[in-house]
Design a protein around this ligand. Structure first.
Ligand SMILES: Cc1ncc(COP(=O)(O)O)c(C=O)c1O
Length: 374
């Protein structure tokens, strides 16, 4: 059997990872400033994470949500405290798309409404509801195409009062658009969304799958604006590579047996991963580190003459160039052995582990300087 060929691949096979370093099977090392799409939050193969995962696997790796899994309550408690949402409720899933799918569904159950407002350049995942609110027609199959969704220009306050109405079940927005090119939602915009949701009863969902979990220098990037969403969705950095996601749900949205469900979500091993990640984030002050190193990188990058614009917060950084980013990314990867991502044709995306230090940042800055001068 052949693989279904949907991914353009780098000709690299990684066989080992530690901290911020990756090794391929020829023994070449790489600096990882991308974390496999923002997934590696505490660094690869963190010793505490390995210890907790191994310990859990030796006891019980999986059982379904028909029994008590105390790791779930431990995770909810820790997540509530560290995120500043201790009175919210947690539903555990397996991915970002599944988190968004469940948040949209909950908004619809709660309001009894069908319509959703999403924004231009948004990316929310590839399952039915998540892709329907994603602004990319090339990945929306006819079966996902629905008249329930209206797209409004991202960061545009004007017109929100006519698009978010008493028929709107949910408004879904990324605090910082990731795939859309690292575009930060402005405080004014998020506050206007909150206000219009309050007026109409629509539920405000902050998709924090990429910009959450401490990456922005706050636990959730929308916390820079002071708004409180009705739901927040997470995944990516939550399990540091173990697939898991979650929906944080405000107290006014009530649960009932059978309303939502999943076979794998919140299993023993996922909870061990999720709890270990939060312990390390707290113990090693990784949110503060993300803010500090992110600010250093942005300050330095703003002095580069070949850089058109630097966007983002903390360690979610978009570097826009006048010229196409492809050759820059390739030179960083194949000549300087640094993994970065990209968004669109002109923006380099940095989504490293929250544990990188200034030495790693300087290595990137020197390498980028050489690439731009070559
Ligand atoms: C903002 C955002 N939401 C949702 C998703 C989908 O997450 P997953 O690939 O885990 O389904 C992504 C993935 O890139 C994302 O960036």
């Amino acid at each position: 059997m052949k693989l279904f060929d949907v991914y353009p691949l780098y000709p690299i096979e990684l066989v080992k990872a530690q901290g911020v370093t990756l090794w391929d099977k020829k023994g070449q090392s790489y600096t990882d400033l991308y974390g496999g799409h923002a997934v590696i939050s505490i660094g690869h193969s963190h010793p505490y994470y390995l210890e907790k995962m191994t310990e859990q696997l030796q006891k019980i790796g999986f059982y379904s949500n028909s029994v008590i899994i105390s790791g779930q309550e431990e995770l909810a408690e820790k997540l509530g405290k560290i995120s500043g949402y201790p009175d919210y409720q947690l539903f555990l899933t397996n991915s970002g798309a599944e988190s968004n799918e469940n948040a949209l569904k909950l908004a619809s159950f709660h309001t009894g409404r069908k319509k959703v407002v999403a924004f231009t350049s948004a990316f929310h995942g590839r399952t039915a509801g998540a892709v329907a609110v994603t602004d990319n027609p090339s990945i929306v199959a006819p079966i996902n195409d629905t008249s329930h969704v209206t797209f409004h220009p991202f960061n545009q306050v004007e017109g929100l009062d006519s698009v978010i109405t008493v028929e709107t079940a949910a408004v879904i927005v990324e605090g910082i658009q990731g795939v859309g090119g690292i575009q930060v939602a402005s405080t004014e915009f998020l506050q206007a969304l909150r206000k219009q949701c309050d007026v109409t009863g629509a539920q405000l969902i902050l998709d924090s799958v990429q910009c959450g979990y401490g990456r922005s220098g706050k636990f959730f990037s929308h916390q820079y604006s002071g708004v409180q969403p009705d739901m927040m969705t997470t995944a990516k950095g939550m399990g540091n590579g173990f697939p898991m996601g979650g929906v944080l749900i405000a107290p006014h949205i009530k649960a009932s047996y059978g309303l939502l469900g999943t076979t794998f979500g919140g299993n023993h091993l996922a909870c061990a991963a999720g709890n270990a990640v939060l312990d390390v984030i707290k113990e090693e002050n990784l949110i503060e580190n993300a803010a500090k190193i992110g600010q250093y990188l942005v300050e330095q990058l703003n002095q580069f003459s070949g850089v058109k614009e630097v966007r983002g917060k903390g360690l979610m950084i978009g570097i826009e160039f006048e010229q196409p980013v492809g050759p820059i990314r390739d030179a960083l990867l194949f000549t300087h052995h640094i993994f970065c991502g990209y968004a669109g044709k002109h923006t380099l995306r940095l989504l490293p582990s929250l544990a990188i230090d200034q030495k790693v940042a300087d290595h990137f800055l020197e390498s980028l300087d050489q690439v731009l001068k070559a």
